[in-house]
Design a protein around this ligand. Structure first.
Ligand code: RIB
Length: 313
C-alpha cells in the first residue's frame, strides 16, 4: 500500500452565505426571489484541504477561525472529514470569514468576501504547522501577503514544493518576491488581472503564460479555463487539456478542487499532464453539484467518472 501524499494547506476558511438568484440586482433595486439561500462551509483553503482528503491524500490544514458558531461548525466538519486539524487556531478576537455568494441560473457565481480571522494568521501559526513534514505546500491568496510570503519562504528553505493558486487575484501582490514555485495556477480572470491578457484562445494562453513567467518563477504555469479545461506551460512546451462535459449547476469551489486535485495527482505521478487531466475531471464533478464543500467529489466518484467515460489520464 502506497503512503498517501501529505499536503499542507496554509490558507483560508469561510462560511459561505449562498443565494440562488434569478439575476444580479441593479444598484438601488430590491429584488424579490423565489429561490433559496443556505449557509455552506467554504473558503478557498478549506475547500482545497477537504478536496485533498476526499481524493485520498493526507491533508493538513493551517488556518484561523473565529471563536463563534460558524467557526465551531466548520472545525467539527474538518475533523469529521479526516483533516489534520492540529494547526487550526481559534481566535477569540475575530469572526470567522464569510463569503457572500450569488449563484445565477447558469451556475456562474459572484463572491464578496469578509476575511475576518483569515487575515490574522501569523508567522508563528504557520511555523508550527511545518512540523507535519509535508510533501507539498498549497496556498491561495485569501490570507495576508505576509503570511503567504512567510509560508512560501519557509517551504523553500525546507525544499518543499510550493503550489500557489492565484485566487483571488490582487494586482498589487508582489509575485516577484516569491521563491521559485513548483506550480503557479491562476484562473482566467486572475490571468487577465496579472498579465492584461484574456486567455480566450490558445494563442492568448501562450502569450499570457509567457507574461506570467516574467512575473513569477515556476516549473509549471497552469491556467484554469473553467468550462474550457486548462492550459499547461513549462517554459518551453504547452498542453491544452479540454474540460469534460457535465451539466454545470454551480462553479463555486471548482477552481479550489481543481488545484487540490492537480497538486495531489502531480505528487502521486510526477506527471503534470496526467495531473491536469485528473484535475479537469475533479473540476467537472465539482461544478455539477451545488455549494463549496458539499460539491467536492470523493476518490471513488472520480474513479467511476474516469471509468464510465473511458478517460485515459
Ligand atoms: O472559491 C470559492 C470560495 O471562495 C468560496 O467558498 C468562498 O468562501 C471564497 O473563499
Amino acid at each position: 500500500m502506497l503512503i498517501p501524499k501529505r499536503i499542507l494547506t496554509v490558507s483560508s476558511a469561510n462560511m459561505d452565505f449562498v443565494m440562488s438568484v434569478s439575476k444580479i440586482p441593479q444598484g438601488g433595486e430590491t429584488q424579490l426571489e423565489s429561490g433559496t439561500y443556505q449557509f455552506v462551509p467554504g473558503g478557498k483553503g478549506a475547500n482545497s484541504a477537504v478536496a485533498v482528503r476526499r481524493l485520498g491524500g493526507d491533508s493538513v490544514f493551517c488556518c484561523r477561525l473565529g471563536k463563534d458558531a460558524n467557526g465551531s461548525i466548520m472545525h467539527n466538519i474538518y475533523k469529521k472529514e479526516g483533516l489534520d486539524t492540529r494547526f487550526i487556531v481559534v481566535d477569540p478576537d475575530a469572526v470567522t470569514g464569510l463569503g457572500a455568494i450569488m449563484v445565477e441560473p447558469n451556475g456562474q457565481n459572484r463572491i464578496i468576501l469578509f476575511p475576518g480571522a483569515n487575515v490574522r494568521l501569523t508567522r508563528e501559526d504557520i511555523d508550527a504547522s511545518f512540523i507535519c513534514r509535508p510533501d507539498a505546500l498549497l496556498m491561495q491568496l485569501e490570507i495576508t501577503q505576509d503570511a503567504v510570503m512567510h509560508a512560501a519562504w519557509t517551504a523553500n528553505e525546507k525544499e518543499i514544493p510550493i503550489i500557489l493558486d492565484a485566487g483571488p487575484a490582487n494586482p498589487d501582490f508582489p509575485l516577484e518576491d516569491l521563491p521559485p514555485l513548483e506550480i503557479f495556477s491562476p484562473n482566467e480572470t486572475e490571468t487577465e488581472i496579472f498579465t492584461g491578457i484574456n486567455p480566450s484562445n490558445p494563442d492568448n494562453c501562450l502569450r499570457a503564460a509567457m507574461e506570467l513567467q516574467k512575473l513569477v518563477t515556476a516549473k509549471y504555469y497552469v491556467i484554469k479555463l473553467g468550462g474550457r479545461g486548462c492550459y499547461i506551460y513549462d517554459g518551453k512546451y504547452y498542453h491544452c487539456l479540454p474540460a469534460y462535459g457535465v451539466n454545470a449547476v454551480d462553479t463555486t469551489a471548482a477552481g479550489d478542487a481543481f488545484t487540490a486535485a492537480l497538486t495531489l495527482e502531480y505528487l502521486r505521478s510526477g506527471d503534470i499532464v496526467r495531473a491536469g487531466r485528473y484535475a479537469n475531471v475533479v473540476g467537472a464533478l465539482a461544478v455539477s453539484k451545488k455549494g463549496a464543500l458539499p460539491s467536492l467529489p470523493t476518490e471513488a466518484l472520480v474513479n467511476k467518472f474516469i471509468a464510465d467515460k473511458a478517460i485515459r489520464l
